[in-house]
Ligand binder design. Structure first.
Ligand code: SAH
Length: 224
C-alpha cells in the first residue's frame, strides 16, 4: 500500500524528535528510537493501511515520536495520552518544532490504566473512538508487572481496527495466550533489538539490548 515517505526518510525526520530531559524510571520512560519508530509506522501503513486518513490514539505518548511519525504518514488526527506533564510539555514542543497543525493532534493528560473508570456508567470514555491505537507501553519490568497488557486492553476497547504495541520477547507466550483469551488475533510482525539505556538496569554497561516483539492485535470479526 502507498506510503508518503520512504522508510529511511521517515527515520531521518524522526531523529529530530527531542527525548525526555530526565527520564523517570518508575514511569519506564524510554523513548522509541527513530529507527524502531520508523519501522513500526512504515509497516502499519504499507502492510495494513492503518495510518493514512485514520483516527489514531498513542497511549503513553511520551515525547511524541510515534504521534509525529503517524501524522507524517498522513494520519487524520492523533490523540496522545500521557500521565507525566513534563513529558507532555516536550510532546507539545516537538509538535511545534515539526510544524504540526494544532487541529491535527491533541494531548490528554491521564493515567491510561484508569481510563475506563473515568466515565459515568463505567463504560470506556473512548470506546471505539479510534481506528488505530499505537503504543510503546511501559514494559512492566518491576513494580508494575502486567501494565503493558493493561495498556493493550485499553487500546482494544478504544480501537475499531487494530492495536500496535511492543513487548518483551521473553513474555511472548503469555501475551499470545492473553490475546486468545480475549478473542483477539495477535501477530508478531517483527522481533527488534531495543537499546535500553543503563539508567533502567542495575548494570555497569552504558546500555543493554533487549529483544522486543512488535505485535499487531486485531479483531477476527469487525466489532460494533
Ligand atoms: N511512546 C513514547 C514513550 C514510551 S515510554 C515513545 O515511543 O517514545 C512509556 C511512556 O508511558 C512514558 O512517557 C511514560 O511517562 C508513560 N506512562 C507510564 N505509565 C503511564 C500511565 N499509567 N498512563 C499514561 N502514561 C504512562
Amino acid at each position: 500500500m502507498t506510503c508518503r515517505l520512504k522508510l529511511n526518510q521517515l527515520q531521518s525526520h524522526l531523529q529530530g524528535v527531542e527525548a525526555f530531559d530526565t527520564p523517570k524510571v518508575l514511569l519506564e520512560q524510554y523513548p522509541t528510537s527513530a529507527n524502531i519508530a520508523a519501522c513500526m509506522l512504515h509497516t502499519m501503513q504499507t502492510s495494513f493501511h492503518d495510518l493514512e486518513d485514520r483516527q489514531v490514539a498513542d497511549l503513553g505518548c511520551g515525547c511524541g515520536v510515534l504521534s509525529i511519525g503517524a501524522l507524517m504518514l498522513g494520519a487524520h488526527h492523533v490523540k496522545g495520552f500521557e500521565i507525566d506533564p513534563e513529558a507532555g510539555q516536550i510532546y507539545m514542543t516537538n509538535m511545534a518544532e515539526f510544524d504540526m497543525d494544532a487541529s491535527d493532534f491533541e494531548l490528554i493528560e491521564c493515567d491510561v490504566t484508569a481510563m475506563a473508570l473515568a466515565s459515568d456508567e463505567g463504560q470506556h470514555v473512548y470506546a471505539k473512538a479510534f481506528d488505530t491505537v499505537i503504543m510503546n507501553p511501559p514494559f512492566g519490568t518491576k513494580h508494575n508487572k502486567g501494565i503493558d497488557m493493561t495498556f493493550v486492553q485499553q487500546g482494544l476497547a478504544m480501537a475499531k481496527t487494530a492495536v500496535y504495541s511492543l513487548h518483551k520477547t521473553a513474555t511472548r507466550e503469555h501475551i499470545l495466550k492473553k490475546a486468545r483469551d480475549w478473542g483477539v488475533k495477535a501477530e508478531v510482525l517483527a522481533e527488534l533489538r531495543y537499546d535500553l539505556p543503563a539508567t533502567y538496569k542495575h548494570h555497569k554497561k552504558p546500555s543493554v539490548d533487549i529483544q522486543v516483539d512488535f505485535i499487531r492485535f486485531s479483531f477476527d470479526r469487525p466489532r460494533e
